[in-house]
Design a protein around this ligand. Structure first.
Ligand SMILES: Cc1ncc(COP(=O)(O)OP(=O)(O)O)c(N)n1
Ligand SMILES: Cc1nc(C(=O)O)sc1CCOP(=O)(O)O
Ligand SMILES: [Mg+2]
Length: 220
């Protein structure tokens, strides 16, 4: 695979919030995203599996108002059409979604993330990817169709095989964040650790603090 090193923003040492509105109650998704941004989230991925297109666009615009004023990129999960309509900063796709090559036809300059669930996925990864979602590192109840957990050793093996930014996802929280970073993740992506937290701002601040202190203790 070609390691592409773009000049655009990359998720290095960032905390990524992947949204799930169904986990936010009693708060709204907008309240959780707002609190998470205050806590130090550095990228938001809007992941809506059940909304129809018009509602998805409305929600994306509401979240975009928050991310834009925080200076944080908004990435849309799966839906190229929504990313284009709202002018999102990026799109995240998985192994069964639109191909990166097709996404690049429409989003030549946006941030494009690709999920990889195995070393074979890494070896088959196309050019044009800005970051890799390494998924899932640990078992998670948040995504029903998640692949088998890679574990910390699986993450470390992928780290050794690519220079692309790695965004680890799946079962990550404050209890294991430092271990994930020490096994090669550049950034952490979480859903329940923020969306379902009693205090989403404090949860984000704790995770962002782990990323900051671990990145400061690494040789650059
Ligand atoms: C950062 C990050 N990594 C992996 C995923 C999973 O994407 P995908 O495999 O396409 O699954 P869905 O999220 O679409 O259910 C992700 N969303 N973000
Ligand atoms: C959105 C997503 N993708 C995954 C994958 O394995 O591809 S796991 C996942 C959800 C992660 O949720 P939590 O932080 O609550 O474990
Ligand atoms: Mg997908």
């Amino acid at each position: 695979m070609a390691d592409r090193l773009p000049t655009r923003w990359q998720p290095r040492h960032a905390l990524c919030l992947v949204t799930d509105g169904s986990l936010c109650a009693p708060r709204t998704l907008v309240e959780v995203v707002s609190a998470a941004l205050q806590g130090g989230v550095g990228m938001v991925q809007l992941r809506e599996k059940k909304l129809d297109s018009r509602a998805f666009v409305e929600r994306a615009r509401a979240i975009q108002a928050l991310t834009a004023s925080a200076g944080v990129p908004l990435v849309i999960n799966d839906r190229l059409d929504i990313a284009l309509v709202v002018g999102a900063d990026g799109l995240h796709v998985g192994q069964s979604d639109l191909s990166v090559a097709d996404v690049r036809l429409w989003l030549p300059d946006a941030l494009v993330g690709l999920s990889i669930e195995s070393m074979a996925d890494l070896l088959a990864a196309p050019a044009g990817v800005d970051y890799l979602g390494v998924s899932p590192v640990f078992a998670t109840a948040t995504k029903a169709d998640a692949a088998a957990a890679l574990g910390l050793e699986g993450l470390a093996a992928i780290r050794a095989a690519t220079r692309l930014p790695l965004v680890a996802i799946g079962g990550i929280g404050a209890h294991n964040a430092r271990a994930v970073l020490r096994h090669g993740a550049d950034s952490l992506a979480v859903v329940s650790a923020i969306c379902a937290a009693a205090d989403p701002r404090a949860a984000a601040a704790e995770l962002a603090g782990c990323i900051e202190s671990e990145s400061n203790s690494r040789p650059s």
